[in-house]
Design a protein around this ligand. Structure first.
Ligand SMILES: [Ca+2]
Ligand SMILES: [Ca+2]
Length: 281
């Protein structure tokens, strides 16, 4: 157990002035949970994990984005491997948990190794990364030179003047790559450097990575995988396998969602050196 309260927990304690609030808080203290879905104001579609959003319908993909359930039509819905045949000898087609997966073969003429930089921001531009301010708060991913993992610039989700994302309101911004044609052979990985100085509660200030394919979002990675959801004052390399997208066209989407309004003037989240690599072993 942490010896201090994260900001979100502090807010929950302040909320606990009503009888209902005290009961709620008592339950939380007993179970040791807390977080965005535990308070009396939590929305019905509130979540802290993808599993919380499972609607039992194989034709939809269910995921937790920030702390809100999202559902996409599953473009790769299947019940058996034969549903997934892509007529491509260099990919092995399978059906896993109702979703088609395509794994690149290594042998024959299938695999060509290679790598490419998707974003280093060092020309001071976003260079092919498309940014959306999802909630139109004026806080969004922007090129910044306060920190970098390589070169002079990185991509920062915050206000570059006070150098914080904490405006007392929920902020959410997406940064999306161009369409990537994942090679049909070998194993492809996307990797990047992450610097995340946010609240130390994994269910707030969530940074997530998705594959965007045929209009559907597939969850790939979340900052919930980090201890306390932060990188502890240093850059950390994140590597995400795209093994199951061989021969497919995907975009990679990076999302920061504060979930609620942070008030402490924490710095926020940076990413840099986004690369993709295919290996043949
Ligand atoms: Ca195939
Ligand atoms: Ca850079």
């Amino acid at each position: 157990m942490p010896t201090h309260l994260a900001v979100g927990e502090h807010r929950d304690l302040r909320r606990a002035v009503t009888v209902e609030g005290l009961l709620e808080q008592g339950l939380k203290l007993t179970t040791g949970t807390g977080g965005p879905c535990s308070g009396p104001e939590a929305a019905l579609d509130c979540c802290v994990s993808d599993a919380d959003c499972d609607d039992g319908d194989g034709t939809t993909l269910d995921f937790c984005e920030g702390a809100t359930c999202g559902h996409s039509i599953n473009p790769d819905a299947c019940t058996s491997a034969s549903d997934c045949d892509d007529d491509e000898a260099c990919t092995q087609d399978s059906c896993s948990d109702g979703v088609c997966q395509y794994t690149g073969m290594i042998g024959g003429d299938c695999c060509t190794p290679g790598s490419a930089v998707l974003g280093d921001f060092d020309k001071g531009t976003q260079a092919g990364i498309y940014v959306t301010d999802n909630l139109e708060t004026g806080i969004f991913w922007t090129v910044d030179k306060t920190r970098s993992a390589g070169g002079d610039f990185s991509l920062y989700c915050g206000d570059p003047i006070p150098q914080t994302y904490a405006i007392g309101a929920r902020v959410k911004s997406s940064a999306t790559t161009k369409i990537l044609s994942i090679p049909k052979g070998g194993r492809t990985t996307v990797r990047f450097e992450l610097y995340k100085a946010t609240r130390t509660h994994r269910d707030y200030d969530v940074f997530q990575v998705f594959a965007l394919r045929k209009g559907a979002l597939f969850p790939l990675w979340s900052s919930k995988a980090l201890p306390n959801g932060v990188t502890d004052g240093s850059w950390e390399k994140v590597q995400i396998p795209l093994d199951t997208y061989a021969g497919q066209d995907v975009q990679v989407r990076f999302v920061f969602d504060s979930v609620d309004g942070a008030e402490a003037a924490l710095e926020g989240t940076y990413m840099d050196s986004i690369e993709i690599e295919t290996v043949c072993q």
